[in-house]
Design a binder for this molecule. Structure first.
Ligand code: BV8
Length: 241
């Protein structure tokens, strides 16, 4: 099957698509941070109890992304190239908070769990681009008299993901759904494969078994950097850009 035979495509990506770019996944063997699981740190409760620790968790990830030489890999590039040439409706929903899809040139991106390069004022609710560390001494970008109200613009466990109305509308009308590099453990993203029409063709590209695997019509085991260019561009890895 070739994806350009379809009319409306939704792609869902998770940490696995960024793994070959050098970013840690959440549940991989090296998935701990300061001896804890991200699920214990990426919560409003953790932020309330120890804001410095949570801010440090995101400052380190933002710094790695922006200064660590982290670049899109052939999977990100292949998705962007496919979208550019596709004449149908293409929506890229990502659980990732990195900006590698943007760097690769993808356009119609929905960051359902937020973005590392954005912060939100907990008092005013407004969102700003942020490319440096934030601390409890960081002033509001437009109101310097307000200090310490900036938090990562990231959806923590227990918080409602962004743009679910848009996502669910795209899922309800797509004829091809492709999940790439996600463990299928976190909802509502893990349930998206069950929110598409019965007639939608459902594909998973992943390295390991996932609990929602039985819902897919085609399961492609392997690394995203190899399988995504093959699937979307019918291009072998050594031919990737
Ligand atoms: C919500 C931002 C209510 C933070 C993230 C009990 C049962 C069911 C659900 C729940 C429950 N208790 C609580 C819940 C809800 C909870 C949830 O699902 N918890 C789980 C842990 C049980 N969900 C929430 O709280 C969500 N909010 O439910 O609100 C609501 C909902 C709808 C409407 C109204 C109200 C909010 C969840 C968002 C949390 N924030 N990220 C940050 O980044 O710091 S979640 C985080 O983990 C990611 O964003 C991602 O979404 C999620 C899963 O991670 P993955 O991306 O899948 O990464 P992982 O490491 O797990 O897997 C990587 C995969 O890649 C692996 O399978 C691996 O094999 C593969 N891979 C690795 N390398 C490669 C590869 N594949 C290909 N190539 C490679 N090279």
């Amino acid at each position: 099957m070739s994806p350009d035979q379809y009319n409306s495509i939704v792609v869902l990506t998770g940490a696995g698509i960024s793994a070959e770019s050098g970013l840690k996944t959440f549940r991989g063997k090296d998935g701990l941070w300061e001896g804890e699981r991200p699920e214990e740190i990426a919560t409003p409760q953790a932020y309330a109890q120890n804001p410095e620790k949570v801010l440090r968790f995101y400052n380190e990830r933002r710094r790695l992304l922006l200064e660590g030489g982290i670049k899109p890999n052939p999977a990100h590039v292949a998705l962007a190239e496919f979208e550019k040439n596709f004449t149908g409706n293409f929506t890229l929903v990502t659980q990732n908070v990195d900006n590698l899809h943007e760097q690769a040139g993808s356009k119609n991106i929905v960051h359902m769990h937020g973005e590392l390069t954005k912060v939100r004022c907990t008092e005013k609710g407004d969102v700003y681009e942020c490319l440096e560390d934030i601390t409890l001494d960081s002033p509001h970008p437009n109101h310097p008299e307000i200090v310490g109200t900036l938090r990562p613009h990231i959806v923590w466990f227990g918080e409602v993901p962004f743009d679910l109305d848009i996502i669910l509308e795209k899922l309800a009308t797509c004829d091809l759904f492709i999940s790439i590099g996600t463990s299928g453990l976190v909802y509502p993203a893990a349930g998206f494969v069950q929110a598409v029409p019965e007639t939608c063709y459902k594909v998973q590209i992943n390295l390991d078994y996932t609990p929602n695997l039985p819902h897919f019509d085609l399961v492609i085991d392997g690394k995203a950097g190899e399988k995504v260019p093959q699937f979307f561009l019918n291009r072998l890895p050594h031919e990737s850009i």
